[in-house]
Design a protein around this ligand. Structure first.
Ligand code: UDP
Length: 462
C-alpha cells in the first residue's frame, strides 16, 4: 500500500478523523466505516479514549491519537454506561483543559497528513460538536443503532408529553401508535431514577445530530424504508445515508475485538451437521444472574442440539470469569456443546452448520445474523435491544422473543421451536430472503454502494 505506517499518505488527498464511543458495539461499525472510506482513498486518523483503547498495531495504515477521557477506574469497571458517558463527556468538555479541542488542534496541525475534511463521531460524544466548531472542523454523525432507534430519540419529547415515558408498569404492552410496531416496553428507556438523565443525554445527542453536516446510519434502505423516510423528512440535515450493513463493506473484519477471538471454535463447527448448531451470545455488555446461568446451561443441554456458547468474562454477575458450571454439565454436553470466551462472530454466523442464534438483540448482532440468513431467539435486556427484538419478531418475522423468567424447560422449548418446528423453518426462510436483500444492496449499483459513493463525494466536497 501507499501508506504503510500511516506516513507516506501523499496519494490520499483528504483525511477523515473518526471518534467512536469506546464500546464494542460502537467501535466495530466505526472501524468498518473507516475501512470502507480508506478503501475509497481517504486517509484515516482514529481518536480514542484510554478506556477500551484500540491496538494501533492491528491497523498500521491508520493514525491513532488518544483523547484524555477522565474516566475513573471505578466507573469504568462498574458497567454503569450512563455514568461512564457522563464522566467522559464532562472530562472532554472541561473548559479549563479544553481537552478535546487541544487534541483536535494538534491533529489538524500535522502537516505530514492530508488536510482533514471532517470528523465522523458517535453522537453520544457530546463534546465533539463544540470542540470541532472551535477549530473549524465539519462533523458527520455515525449512528450505530437502527433507524427506528433514532426515530424513537426524535420522538422523545412527544413520548414524555403523551405519558408513554417514563414507562408505567400497567401500560407496558400498550401500543405506541405514533411509532408502530413499538409498544411501551419496546421503547428505549432507563430505570426510573436514571430516566431524566437519559432524557437529557438524548436531547443533547439529538442536538449534536442536528448540528452536523451529515448523518450516516448503519442500516440499509430495504430494511427500514419507512423509518429512514421519516428521518429524512423530519431532520434538518443536508445528508442522511444508510450504507449498511457496514460489516459487509469492510474486508478485514476481525481487527477490533477487545477480547481475543477463539478461532478454534471454527474447527469444532466444521465437524457438526448442516444447520444443526445454535450459536448463543449476548454481546459485550449484557449479563445474567448465576441462577439464570444455570438455567441456560441446563436448557441448552436438554435441547439436544449442538451449541456454541459465548460466556464472556463478567457476563455472569458476581463472577469474573467462566466458572461454576453446574455439576455434571460438562459431562452432559461433552461432544455436543462448546463454551468459549469470545467468538469470531461473523465467521460463526456465516458457517453453514449454524442454524439459529440465541442473542440479546444488539443492533450489530441483529444485522450480522440477518446478513447470513440466521433466525433468532431474542433475549433483550436494555437500551435499543427491546425495540430490535420487536422488529425481528413483528416487522421482519425472522425470530421471536423468549420472554419472562429464564427457566430450563422454556429454554428447551424455545430452542426446539427455532431449530425443529415449522415456525422456526418459516423464520429461517424469511431470514434467507433478508440475506438476499443484503446481498442486493451491497452489489455494485445497490443502495448501500450508492450511499458509500455519495458519502465519499460529500466528504470530498466539505
Ligand atoms: N461479538 C464478537 N464476538 C462475540 C460476541 C460479539 O465479535 O463473541 C461482536 C459482534 O459481532 C458485534 C459486537 O461484538 O459486532 C456486539 O455488538 P452488538 O451491537 O450486537 O451488542 P452490544 O455488545 O453493543 O450489546
Amino acid at each position: 500500500g501507499d501508506d504503510a505506517g500511516g506516513r507516506t499518505t501523499s496519494r490520499r488527498r483528504r483525511r477523515i478523523l473518526v471518534f467512536p464511543l469506546p464500546f464494542q458495539g460502537h467501535i466495530n461499525p466505526m472501524r468498518q466505516l473507516a475501512d470502507a472510506l480508506h478503501a475509497r482513498g481517504l486517509a484515516v486518523t482514529v481518536l480514542h479514549t484510554r478506556f477500551n483503547a484500540p491496538d494501533p498495531g492491528r491497523r498500521p495504515e491508520f493514525r491513532f491519537v488518544p483523547v484524555p477521557d477522565g474516566v475513573p477506574a471505578g466507573v469504568a469497571a462498574s458497567g454503569d454506561v450512563i455514568g461512564l458517558l457522563d464522566a467522559m463527556n464532562a472530562a472532554m468538555e472541561a473548559e479549563e483543559s479544553a481537552a478535546l479541542r487541544g487534541v483536535l488542534e494538534s491533529v489538524l496541525a500535522d502537516e505530514e497528513q492530508p488536510p482533514a475534511a471532517c470528523i465522523v463521531f458517535d453522537a453520544n460524544l457530546l463534546a465533539v460538536p463544540r470542540a470541532a466548531a472551535a477549530v473549524g472542523l465539519k462533523t458527520l454523525v455515525l449512528r450505530t443503532a437502527s433507524a427506528a432507534c433514532l426515530g424513537c430519540f426524535m420522538a422523545y419529547p412527544m413520548l414524555h408529553q403523551k405519558g408513554y415515558l417514563p414507562p408505567q408498569e400497567s401500560k407496558m404492552y400498550m401500543p405506541v401508535e405514533e411509532l408502530p410496531p413499538l409498544r411501551v416496553r419496546d421503547l428505549f428507556y432507563s430505570s426510573r431514577s436514571d430516566q431524566e438523565k437519559l432524557r437529557n443525554l438524548l436531547a443533547r445527542a439529538m442536538e449534536a445530530v442536528n448540528s452536523s453536516s451529515g448523518l450516516v446510519i448503519n442500516t440499509f434502505d430495504a430494511l427500514e424504508p419507512a423509518e429512514l423516510e421519516r428521518i429524512r423528512s423530519e431532520l434538518r440535515i443536508p445528508t442522511v445515508l444508510a450504507p449498511g450493513p457496514l460489516h459487509k463493506l469492510s474486508s478485514k473484519n476481525t481487527a477490533s475485538s477487545l477480547l481475543d477471538e477463539d478461532h478454534g471454535c471454527i474447527k469444532w463447527l466444521d465437524k457438526q451437521p448442516p444447520r444443526s448448531v445454535l450459536y448463543v451470545s449476548f454481546g459485550s455488555l449484557a449479563s445474567m444472574d448465576p441462577d439464570e446461568f444455570l438455567e441456560v446451561a441446563w436448557g441448552l443441554a436438554a435441547s439436544g442440539h449442538p451449541f456454541l456458547w459465548v460466556v464472556r468474562p463478567g457476563s455472569v454477575r458476581g463472577s469474573e470469569d467462566i466458572q461454576g458450571f453446574p455439576e455434571g454439565f460438562e459431562a452432559a454436553v461433552e461432544g455436543t456443546g462448546k463454551v468459549i470466551r469470545w467468538a469470531p462472530q461473523q465467521e460463526v454466523l456465516a458457517h453453514p452448520v449454524v442454524g439459529g442464534f440465541w442473542m440479546h438483540s444488539g443492533w450489530n448482532s441483529t444485522m450480522e445474523s440477518i446478513s447470513e440468513g440466521v433466525p433468532m431467539i431474542c433475549r433483550p435486556q436494555f437500551a435499543d435491544q427491546m425495540m430490535n427484538t420487536r422488529y425481528v419478531e413483528k416487522m421482519w418475522s425472522v425470530g421471536f422473543e423468549l420472554e419472562g423468567e429464564l427457566e430450563r424447560g422454556r429454554i428447551e422449548e424455545a430452542i426446539r421451536k427455532l431449530m425443529e418446528e415449522r415456525e422456526g423453518a418459516e423464520m429461517r426462510e424469511r431470514a434467507m430472503e433478508l440475506k438476499k436483500k443484503v446481498a442486493h444492496c451491497l452489489k455494485s449499483g445497490g443502495s448501500s454502494q450508492i450511499a458509500m459513493d455519495k458519502l465519499v463525494k460529500y466528504i470530498l466536497s466539505l
